[in-house]
Design a protein around this ligand. Structure first.
Ligand code: IPE
Ligand code: MG
Length: 237
């Protein structure tokens, strides 16, 4: 979700107002994702690098995260959405941790839909945390390095038990992943748009999804193999 600051500047508003408008856009997109039946929606709300912003902006963002969550929580419970947080949770301010922990507990029984917030998230941190936990388990004898596979190692990532993303959307003209789900994105379709996040509409969201639906995903196979598999599947059906 990029471009809150640039959008605000283009409107003669403050960065804080840009983040506020970004939060409102987020709610609309999450509602649209629920309507469309998307099982997992992940939002890159605060990266492990965002701490280097001015302290007032960081505090403002933390406040906005909690207040938006408070306003919106009933919507998650009403729609059966389970909230998750990925990232180094324990380094977030106590108040932020408490607000999100409460919301995760209150939605923990929901199974069909998932809203994942990346907070204090970075892929490199995630890999370091996973490797550290794995090494501890090997040292303790509860894991064995002999059978290390991606299926095993990926269970140590923050995204344990979540499917890999199918589609990653980045707004505001930047064409990079910026340390977001780098390993999980191995086969994801990437969609880049110049629209800044506060102006990213449910309509443009549907356009991005339509673009994804028109792609043939091959996972390293040839086009012929994929066609063959589709034929076999259609004969089975
Ligand atoms: C995204 O907008 C919001 C967060 C990172 C939380 P930016 O704040 O990065 O907006 P620009 O890049 O300055 O336009
Ligand atoms: Mg930015």
């Amino acid at each position: 979700m990029d471009g809150n600051g640039r959008w605000a500047q283009s409107q003669g508003l403050s960065r804080a107002q840009g983040h506020q408008a970004g939060a409102e856009a987020t709610i609309k997109i999450v509602e649209e994702a629920t309507r469309l039946g998307i099982e997992y929606t992940t939002l890159y709300a605060f990266s492990s690098e965002n701490w280097s912003r001015p302290r007032t902006e960081v505090n403002g963002l933390m406040g906005l995260l909690s207040s938006t969550l408070k306003k919106y929580l009933h919507n998650l419970t009403d729609n059966g959405v389970r909230l998750h947080v990925i990232g180094r949770f324990s380094e977030l301010p106590q108040k932020t941790q408490k607000a999100f922990q409460d919301a995760m507990d209150r939605t923990a029984h929901n199974t069909g839909r998932h809203l994942v917030l990346a907070l204090n998230y970075g892929s490199r941190l995630e890999v370091l945390d996973a490797a550290q936990r794995y090494a501890q388990e090997v040292a303790a004898g509860t894991a064995s390095s002999k059978d290390l596979s991606w299926d095993v190692f990926s269970q140590y990532l923050y995204t344990t038990s979540m499917p890999d993303p199918d589609l990653i959307i980045r707004t505001s003209g930047e064409v990079r992943l910026s340390n977001f789900l780098m390993l999980q994105a191995a086969y994801a379709e990437l969609y880049f748009t110049d629209t800044p996040w506060p102006a990213f509409s449910p309509e443009e969201f549907r356009k991005a999804i339509a673009h994804f639906q028109n792609k043939q995903r091959r996972f390293g196979k040839t086009g012929e193999q994929i066609q063959q598999e589709a034929l076999v599947e259609s004969l089975k059906a």
